[in-house]
Design a protein. Sequence first.
Length: 124
Amino acid sequence: MPDRIQREVEELLAGLDGFPLRKPLSRRLRDGAAAPFRAARQWPGSLHLPSLNAGHLLLASIIIIVIAYVAGGDSSLWTFIIAGGIFLFIAAFVLSLRRQSRPSQKYWRDRPMDTRDSGRHRRR
């Protein structure tokens, strides 16, 4: 038994010689400095926009309404900004209600589950 373990350890140590050598420092620095520019060339895939949901829109609309009310005064521009904030609030509210009404599909091990009651677990 110890001979077998020792032989496996020696095989693993012999295999360590085959690993690639570490890149020189100048090459690693040059690759690190060029990485952001490579990502910029792949623009559509590298651009990550924040995801907005109805809650974010509700909060943004309330902030718009409050700031426009406090800073606005009697100007007609601020009145239109407040009206836009109210419209955004109503739209976000309706959107939040619509999304909750959709039943979500449940999955088990990457397969859709049938969540309907089949009658197997009813009490008699």
